[in-house]
Ligand binder design. Structure first.
Ligand code: GLY
Length: 347
């Protein structure tokens, strides 16, 4: 069943209406130590609140076991409802706990970060990290509903907003030039909640339409991996080098690299490539690499989840809205793209 996505800056009222409609036997909220105040502000005094420690490192078996234990100890049944209130970490683990408890109870996602709102909370991917591998254990399990609001974003650090914005640029690239132009013209320092909610809505609809056609990522959902082959390599490389970077920043640099490849392979517009690279350079800065780092980066890319038999695999574009999934990129092509990435970001 497709998940309902509700855009509203009156989250408490929307939740009350959902609960009235679903009449759950038991209401549970999963939040992390950062989002607990937001969860408590929703006025759901009847809910049992389960808190997990914040941070992606805690998206693990211990936190999952804690959620299952609290559900069991407090009498959750198949008719209970679980609300996940938080960023991607919380909606991923909360959704997985709900999808597996008593073979599945209903859950609603209330994302509180921009990255969560435009990506993690939507589309039915749930799971945890395992043995140092991200999202190694999980299930496709759509939330009953996702309630998306911009009113929690005001207190986010600027870097977290940027992280979500990178995924919005990705969605715009997968959608069309007008959507991309609007985003690139956005003054991030001057966004009111209603305009932000409108931009989020446009972005989420791109993901929703793709997921509806391919919920289990056997085909066109791979389009959503645009920027992520190089992006994951930057992210892992940075982590291994002891200088971790936010996921969305790595995606932003990955987008520049993969738009270069899109230009080389599919004649993606050089003008748009420069516009995106300029915007990313200005807002995200560069990720410093030298040619001595290429072997390590290429090796990470070849071992990526998306890779088939050790080849580097990317989603590329011929133009905004026209994508090609499962494109095999040779090490020489990726090396050339990394050289141009460094030129474009003035490294
Ligand atoms: N984050 C990409 C997807 O949900 O498929």
């Amino acid at each position: 069943m497709p998940q309902e996505i509700i855009f509203s800056n009156d989250v408490a009222s929307v939740l009350q209406a959902q609960i009235l409609n679903l009449r759950p036997a038991g209401l549970f909220i999963v939040a992390d130590s950062n989002t607990l105040p937001i969860a408590l502000s929703l006025g759901l005094t009847q809910a049992h609140v389960i808190t997990v420690p914040a941070g992606d490192d805690n998206k693990n078996l211990d936190s999952l076991s804690h959620i299952w234990t609290e559900l069991q100890r407090n009498g959750a049944t198949r008719q209970s409802l679980l609300l996940s209130v938080g960023g991607g970490m919380v909606t991923d683990i909360g959704g997985f706990a709900a999808a597996t408890f008593k073979r599945g109870i209903r859950f609603i996602n209330v994302p509180t970060s921009l990255l969560g709102a435009v990506d993690a909370a939507v589309g039915g991917k749930t799971g945890i990290n395992f043995h140092n591998l991200k999202n190694e254990i999980g299930a496709f399990a759509p939330a009953h509903a996702v309630i998306i609001s911009s009113c929690f974003l005001g207190s986010l650090p600027h870097s977290e907003l940027l992280s979500g914005f990178a995924e919005m640029i990705k969605h715009a690239l997968l959608c069309g030039e007008p959507q991309l132009s609007e985003l690139l013209a956005t003054d991030l320092a001057d966004l009111d909640p209603e305009r932000t909610l409108r931009l989020i809505r446009t972005s989420v609809m791109v993901k929703r339409d793709i997921v509806l056609k391919d919920p289990h990522e056997s085909g066109i959902r791979k389009a959503l991996n645009l920027g992520h082959t190089a992006g994951h390599a930057f992210e892992s490389f940075a982590l291994n080098a002891g200088r971790p970077v936010p996921h969305g920043f790595a995606v932003a640099w990955g987008l520049v690299t993969e738009l270069v490849l899109s230009h080389m392979r599919f004649q993606f517009s050089s003008q748009l490539l420069h516009q995106v690279a300029d915007f990313i350079g200005q807002h995200f800065g560069p990720f410093f690499i030298t040619c001595d780092d290429y072997d390590a980066l290429l090796s990470i890319m070849a071992h990526d989840k998306k890779s088939r038999s050790g080849e580097i695999n990317c989603t590329l574009l011929s133009r905004c809205g026209q994508f090609h999934t499962d494109v095999t990129v040779s090490p020489d092509e990726m090396t050339a793209a990394l050289d141009i990435y460094r030129d474009l970001l003035h490294i």
